[in-house]
Design a protein around this ligand. Structure first.
Ligand code: GLU
Length: 423
């Protein structure tokens, strides 16, 4: 048996990722050499680069691009702009992306990137200069058949447009398929922004059906009201659920009768805060939200939000990981003891990279699908993956996380094994 990670590993996301690989390797009776390959990232590029600020001062920034595996296709994964980004955290995200693309059956490997910067402290011009220089620094890895970045925390369509333009300027022609999550004006796909939330909602509805719980009126709490959390909340309300609490970094809002999610989204779009009024309800803290007696709890902000300190207070029936890694391994053990079903990130939020795949395919073919096509293909992909994970878990009497990891790691292992060791 592999040893459960100690408390000190809670913050060590890469060690947690490796521990999950070890568990899956044992379950799959994976060849030792293959196991050794899959528990490490393939390559790491660390860069330090100067950016001229608007006042003329120069600051040196640190960034990373990590490839975990390219056994199943080009490296794929997001770019974070985050003050506290680390190389270890980026390695963990790159590994997670390999499993996510594999569990979603997408022909990609796994990558992740980050710049240690708080984007809200930069002007738009500074952000553009930082993005163009960072893209240039990691450019030797990028390209539609090599490594395709996408948005993550602190980045979005505009940053992706600058990245795509920078890659294109170096080539001398437009390479729209080099980046996904771009604005539609430059080869982005309809439905990409909403895809992670839409996919999450589809998996959740499937989960409710599988656990025999009723969708109609089911109480939901959403932690993190960014694109993933807010879209998922809206879709669940449209499907008949009652979203009774939402929160973001500035605070939370609660109404036992159900919140007007569309109004809260409008409020935030206009630059307001969840508690600014106009929407009936009362303030709630993040810790209070996590402890609400709900059917579904969706942590959709950052890592380790549900940890060994607060897991025993969770009173949800289902926890669906909208964020990457919001439930620590120790917390997961506590939730399991309480009979709480955890839908793992690599399945729950796989809708984003699935729509990225659609965008990449459309760019390569210069043939664009309509929204109905995107949404129905997305839903089909989410249900297929969710069905497979549920079936595998039931058949082997293991958790959804272990099932998803075993399926994903099995797929990457089969590809790596078929290709063999070079030279
Ligand atoms: N950053 C997103 C994720 O973690 C999207 C990645 C992508 O589309 O490549 O799934």
């Amino acid at each position: 048996m592999s040893v459960a990670p100690s408390e000190s590993l809670i913050e060590d996301l890469y060690a947690t990722g490796q521990h999950r690989v070890d568990e899956a390797a044992e379950f799959l009776h994976l060849d030792e050499d293959l196991h050794a390959v899959l528990r490490e990232v393939k390559r790491v590029l660390q860069v330090h680069f100067p950016v001229v600020h608007d006042d003329g001062a120069v600051e040196v920034y640190t960034g990373y691009r990590v490839h975990h595996s390219i056994a199943r296709g080009p490296a794929k994964g997001g770019i974070r702009y985050e003050r506290d980004a680390t190389l270890e955290g980026t390695k963990a995200q790159a590994m997670l992306m390999s499993w996510k693309t594999a569990v979603m059956s997408l022909p990609f490997g796994g990558a992740a990137g980050a710049v240690e910067v708080n984007p809200s402290e930069l002007s738009a011009r500074e952000l553009e200069r930082l993005t163009r220089r960072f893209t240039t620094e990691i450019g030797l890895l990028l390209g539609p058949e090599r490594d395709i970045p996408a948005p993550d925390i602190g980045t979005g369509p505009q940053v992706m447009a600058w990245m795509m333009d920078t890659i294109s300027m170096h080539q001398g022609f437009s390479v729209t398929a080099s980046v996904t999550g771009k604005p539609q004006a430059v080869g982005g796909s309809v439905g990409r922004v909403e895809a992670p939330g839409r996919g999450l909602a589809a998996v959740l509805m499937h989960t409710l059906r599988n656990t025999g719980l009723t969708l109609e009126g089911a109480a939901v709490a959403v932690e993190g009201f960014g694109t993933v959390g807010a879209t998922c909340a809206r879709m669940l309300v449209e499907a008949g659920c009652r979203v009774i609490a939402v929160s973001d970094h500035a605070g939370g809002w609660h109404n036992g009768a159900g919140l007007d999610i569309a109004a809260l989204q409008r409020l935030k779009l206009e630059g307001g805060h969840l508690g600014d009024g106009g929407v009936p309800g009362e303030a709630i803290s993040r810790e209070e939200l996590l402890a609400l007696p709900v059917t579904v709890l969706v942590p959709a902000s950052v890592e380790s939000v549900i940890n060994s300190q607060n897991a025993s207070q969770v009173r949800a029936r289902i926890v669906a990981e909208g964020a990457n890694g919001p439930v620590t391994p120790r917390a997961e053990a506590i939730l399991a003891e309480d009979g709480i079903v955890v839908v793992p990130d690599i399945l729950a939020n796989g809708g984003g990279v699935t729509a990225s795949y659609f965008e990449w395919v459309q760019d390569l073919q210069s043939f664009f699908w309509d929204e109905e096509e995107i949404n129905s293909q997305l839903e089909r992909a989410m249900l297929r993956a969710s069905d497979h994970v549920w079936g595998f878990a039931a058949h082997n009497h293991i958790s959804l996380r272990r099932a998803a990891y075993a399926i994903a790691i099995g797929r990457v292992a089969r590809a790596a094994s078929a290709r063999g060791v070079y030279p």
